[in-house]
Design a protein around this ligand. Sequence first.
Ligand code: NAP
Length: 294
Amino acid sequence: MKILILGARGRLAAALARIWSSPHEVACLSRAEVDIADLGALDRALAAQEFDVLVNGSGMTNVDACETQREEARAVNALAPAVMAAAARDKGARFIHFSTDYVMDGLKTTPISEEDPAHPLGWYGQTKLAGEQAVLADGASHLVVRVCWVFGPDKPSFVDMMIERARTNPRVEAVADKFSSPTYTCDVPGWIEPFFSLSLPGGLYHACNSGGCSWREYAEFALQCASESGVPLATTTVEPLKLKDMKAFLAPRPVHTVLSTEKIRRVTGISPRPWQEALREYIHKKYAPLPSSL
Ligand SMILES: NC(=O)c1ccc[n+]([C@@H]2O[C@H](COP(=O)([O-])OP(=O)(O)OC[C@H]3O[C@@H](n4cnc5c(N)ncnc54)[C@H](OP(=O)(O)O)[C@@H]3O)[C@@H](O)[C@H]2O)c1
């Protein structure tokens, strides 16, 4: 398969590119090659490429910056995916576009399915939802894949920040009243690869590790795994904060966005493993000291 990945310097796309590069032929376009907010340049760049599968891992992902840089967020998250979808359709290629739990309002306290109506609270979620809708309207074979709380080796995320903080600080805090499903970037390629075959249906899918947790539980489990891996920490407990007290947050955040992965399991036969297992593996691989050579 010839796969073209956009946003290849990103946390998720970098893992997809690395893991799919064997046995597939992977080409990447990063911001240095094309600014996807320039829709004409994006269209020309895609027309010049050959691919069987087009993957969009790019996005304006800083939710607070989206509130203030609204036009850029709209171009990157809402308009560019429509250009990509059309380019993939022209070439008879499958298009796989990534989206977010922030399209939901977070009021439903049980796992969210793909049928639950989206209702974003902030501009990031609104632009991502517009991107989802444009992609799904363009063609039935396109895929929109929602992930949340993404962690992995290609770019530090929340859990790495918590571990760094706990190395020197005996008091570590995280929000205890917001809940979602962590997603390990190195697990995503295996869940999505079956869709390279056009025999599997396109549409909207949730793809995250199974289970859910609060930010505080996520952080505390990360500290425990780091400690098990031999990282010297000043604490392995995380004190609770309230979402409403996070004065630095500009954008509203949805409270409950644990996603159900039942649909992707039904269609592919693959059950995403629990987030704790994935996080333990990630932290162990990244932080455990290498065995000394004999
Ligand atoms: N991170 C999360 O926790 C999370 C949660 C839910 C959903 N998601 C979704 O998952 C997907 C991947 O997220 P991620 O965490 O991998 O994001 P990321 O690390 O921020 O990567 C996004 C990539 O998009 C690129 N990009 C942004 N604006 C661009 C532009 N105008 N032209 C070209 N490239 C541009 C960035 O390039 P630069 O490196 O040059 O800035 C970056 O490489 C996104 O669709 C996001 O909405 C992420």
